[in-house]
Write a protein that binds this ligand. Structure first.
Ligand SMILES: Cc1cc2nc3c(=O)[nH]c(=O)nc-3n(C[C@H](O)[C@H](O)[C@H](O)COP(=O)(O)OP(=O)(O)OC[C@H]3O[C@@H](n4cnc5c(N)ncnc54)[C@H](O)[C@@H]3O)c2cc1C
Length: 403
């Protein structure tokens, strides 16, 4: 089979099929960027759920990642205007997070990218075509013929589009998306601070968007800062001292003196769901299928659900002697993933709309809601298991089982 796109989703699927499938798939993995550099310069860190950790452990990668992964030990949520003298605590998770390993871990983008790239390079059953690009493809009743920018041609039973949110393959298949761009940008950077964070993640809901402080190993936090587009671009244009001053207003002083410990980058934010996840001999995974607001750090985790569900579907089809690119096989994958992804995107969108405004009555209502949740231990445990990616019809790899 062939996979277009060697981001996290494409690499994880290639590894799952080449290393874990009992039938041992042969995979062609095509990426526009050279394998060593792909994803290396990204300033983001990723919140990986316990379910995604299970998938990475099944791929034998968690041991390598663990020293660089910071477990989330506590979460605090506040909701206040930027100039508020106090940021009252509305909702917190602490003991609920400590039942069965951590609910989530924060890992830097470059670290995860390097570990996945290394594993792909060491796996003989994966043939890498990079830097190269999938320029076009044509499907018939028996196979899909994939044409690369270099002029090479690959024949496979199935082509997987893991080529990101501007997926060329999705467009080529005539699949439209439902969605919109947010009038916000996401600013990311890394901050070093004097005092220990003790694994606490903090989410400040501010009127122009959520400001998240995600604990990294050592005395460092990764910042995911959603801001109105015009204001965000002005902040990005500031010199280092000006940028740090704006950052400090939001970060606060409880972790002592802060300094920038990494580059700053900004990302456009979108919500996007493909109207179909499959077409003739084509399956969409990761951001090619869905893009969600980053406020709960779920985008890649939802993509890993696609990876695990598609791997399990393809292994099952092969076991039954079925064609992995047939409409029946692909329909099973689509039924499994489409509703779940659309639901997650709608929840993230709803949260962003509910919190990213300065409407006083709405603030009173939502703070009342957060306060009520804070006093309901059973509901809090449910929310933790939802955020750990442990609810719904989970594919086996996400439960730590074999395919
Ligand atoms: C600010 C921000 C913070 C985030 N934080 C989190 C978080 O904490 N947790 C989380 O789970 N998610 C998070 N996300 C989302 C997460 O980063 C994405 O969901 C994830 O990176 C998508 O991975 P992907 O492999 O699907 O796509 P991509 O990473 O976009 O990979 C696509 C790949 O396809 C290649 N490609 C493109 N076109 C072609 C072609 N024609 N032929 C061959 N190759 C091609 C590209 O080179 C690229 O390598 C965040 C997103 C943002 C913007």
């Amino acid at each position: 089979m062939a996979i277009a796109g060697g981001g996290f989703a494409g690499r994880a699927l290639a590894l799952a099929l080449a290393k874990l499938a009992p039938q041992g798939f042969r995979v062609a993995l095509i990426d526009t960027e050279a394998a060593q550099t792909s994803g290396a310069a990204d300033a983001r860190a990723l919140a990986l759920t316990a379910a995604t950790k299970n998938l990475l452990a099944a791929l034998d990668l968690w041991e390598q990642l663990a020293p660089s992964a910071q477990a989330i030990e506590a979460i605090e949520i506040t909701d206040s205007p930027l100039n508020a003298a106090l940021r009252p605590h509305f909702l917190g998770f602490d003991t609920e997070l400590k039942h069965d390993g951590a609910m989530a871990y924060i890992v830097e983008h470059g670290v995860l990218s390097r570990v996945l790239a290394g594993a792909v390079a060491r796996t003989e059953a994966i043939e890498i075509f990079a830097p190269d690009t999938v320029a076009d493809y044509a499907a018939d009743a028996f196979k899909v013929t994939v044409k690369l920018g270099s002029g090479k041609t690959i024949e496979a039973s199935l082509l997987v589009a893991a080529d990101g949110k501007r997926s060329r393959l999705r467009e080529r298949a005539g699949i439209k998306c439902v969605g919109w761009s947010y009038p916000q940008i996401g600013i990311v950077t890394t901050v070093a601070h004097a005092r220990a964070h003790h694994g606490k993640a903090v989410q400040h809901f501010l009127p122009s968007g959520p400001f998240a402080m995600l604990p990294l190993t050592g005395n460092r936090c990764s910042i995911v800062w959603t801001e109105d587009r015009a204001r965000g671009e002005a902040i990005m244009a500031l010199d280092e001292a000006g940028f740090l001053a704006e950052l400090s207003k939001r970060f606060g002083f409880r972790l002592g003196e802060i300094s920038l410990a990494g580059p700053r980058q900004s990302f456009p934010l979108d919500m996007q769901i493909a109207r179909a996840f499959v077409a003739d001999r084509l399956a969409l995974i990761g951001d090619a299928a869905h893009v969600v607001h980053p406020l709960a750090g779920q985008g890649l985790n939802i993509g890993m659900r696609d990876v695990a569900a598609l791997a399990e579907t393809l292994v099952e089809a092969t076991r039954l002697g079925l064609d992995i690119g047939s409409a029946a096989t692909l329909e099973r994958y689509s039924r499994w993933r489409r509703f779940d992804s659309a639901f997650s995107a709608a929840v993230m969108d709803g949260l962003n709309r509910l919190f990213s405004n300065d409407n006083a009555p709405l603030r009173t209502l939502r703070d009342l809601g957060l306060g009520l949740v804070d006093r309901a231990p059973a509901l809090k445990r449910f929310l933790v298991s939802e955020a750990a990616g442990a609810t719904g019809t989970l594919p086996r790899l996400l439960k730590g089982e074999r395919i």
